[in-house]
Design a protein around this ligand. Structure first.
Ligand code: PLP
Length: 404
């Protein structure tokens, strides 16, 4: 059992009030809050170790470099990457996927096909469309069943000798569906096709083991795992990363530069041009330690309990429609009430202190497949409580007469 009150004390922001009401923060899919230990770590770096990394010979520069490289090793350990040099720091999941699309994309021959799913976040759609403006490629899309699970029969039927890549989300940011990525990867590998997994919604809620999954690329964001904003991770299979051309040019990513010819640094630096966000990268280490000190299995069990409780209570509300009912889904509840506009529901809930997300959730193709323009989304993290679920449900009952 985890002590939620103790955990809540680690997040001072949760004591805030909104419009005079206690904040009930249920937009954890968009970003999680940050524990004091991580904020303290950032402050500590600014006061004690602010020196550019990989450049200075002086003591403080070495401290900053070591802190950043320690995070790289810690991330590798978290996802069981074979080596820390397979870990590339980026600005977030979005940049990680763009890196693969623009660099690995150059290795994809014209006439290739890429398989995506209808539940992808725009971050795992648009980079491939941008590639399509540069190369002659076709995008094929795996549909979903009514419960929000992937249609795997169709997935298997989409492969051809032209398939060059599969890019799939581990967990849907709208439906909460946890996709069977290990099986998806096995199928793709049987066709000799590599797989990129968008792990943005998985990393803070389940144990991720890139070797066990046999993933070729795995992308995630620090700000969705109790870490600082502005940084992300791309794990890549070393044999692929080695073949890939640099993503951006600049300092740090070179071995030697002359106007005639430039040679590039070894992994992972080949993909890290310019000064990285070394302060936040160092603090990601603390966020991972924080998550580990609770245990991701415990985090998941707590969130699942909230999901079960909230789902039962929500389904008692007249006119409630929940999108995504896949078995074993994550603690994300997307819903609409009667004919109420999602924006009105969200705005009124906000006035009662409840922060939920409204709109298309950067998944417009999924909204189209569901036949809706948008919906309201409540999503849970380790610090949410049953009492907050009760207050959220109470708030919905209070606004019902206004939205119906
Ligand atoms: N992929 C998924 C499934 C997401 O939920 C998100 C963000 O919500 C992203 C990608 C993009 O993450 P970021 O904005 O941190 O790059």
């Amino acid at each position: 059992m985890i002590d939620i009150q103790k955990i809540r004390n680690d997040f001072p922001i949760l004591q805030k009030t909104v419009y005079g009401k206690p904040l009930i923060y249920l937009d954890n899919t968009a970003t999680t809050q940050t524990p004091s230990a991580v904020v303290d770590d950032i402050v500590h770096s600014y006061y004690n170790a602010k020196a550019n990394v990989h450049r200075g010979t002086f003591h403080m520069a070495q401290m900053a470099t070591e802190a950043m490289e320690a995070t790289r090793r810690r991330v590798a350990q978290l996802i069981n990457a074979p080596s820390a040099s397979d870990i590339i720091f980026t600005r977030g999941t979005t940049e990680s996927i763009n890196l693969v699309a623009s660099s690995y994309g150059q290795l994809i021959p014209d006439g290739s096909e890429i398989i995506l799913t209808v539940m992808e976040h725009h971050a795992n759609i648009v980079p491939w469309q941008l590639l399509r403006t540069r190369k002659h490629i076709t995008i094929k899309v795996v549909p979903i069943h009514a419960d929000g699970t992937l249609d795997l029969d169709t997935y298997r039927s989409l492969f051809s000798e032209r398939t060059a890549l599969v890019a799939v989300t581990h967990v849907s940011n709208v439906l909460g569906t946890v996709n069977p990525v290990k099986d998806i990867i096995e199928t793709a590998h049987a066709h000799g096709v590599p797989v990129l997994v968008d792990g943005a919604q998985a990393i803070a809620h389940m144990r991720v083991d890139v070797q066990q999954l046999d993933a070729d690329f795995y992308a995630f964001s620090s700000h969705k795992m109790y870490g600082p904003s502005g940084i992300g991770v791309l794990y890549g299979r070393q044999s692929l990363l080695e073949k890939m051309p640099p993503y951006q040019g600049g300092g740090e990513m070179i071995a030697h530069v002359s106007f005639e010819k430039t040679t590039f640094a070894d992994l992972p630096y080949k993909f890290e041009a310019g000064t990285p966000d070394f302060v936040d990268i160092a603090a990601l280490h603390t966020a991972i330690d924080y998550m580990d000190s609770i245990g991701v299995e415990n985090i998941n069990a707590h969130e699942q309990e909230l999901l079960r409780y909230a789902t039962v209570r929500m389904l008692e509300i007249p006119g409630m429609r929940i999108f995504g009912t896949a078995p074993g889904k994550e603690a994300i509840i997307s819903f609409l009430i009667g004919n109420a506009h999602h924006f009105d529901t969200g705005t009124l809930l906000d006035k009662l202190g409840v922060a939920v997300r409204t709109g298309h959730h950067c998944a417009q193709p999924l909204m189209a497949a569901l036949g809706i323009e948008g919906c309201v989304r409540a999503s849970f993290a380790v610090y949410n409580t049953r009492d907050e679920v009760d207050k959220f449900i109470e708030a919905i009952y209070r606004i019902l007469p206004l939205i119906q």
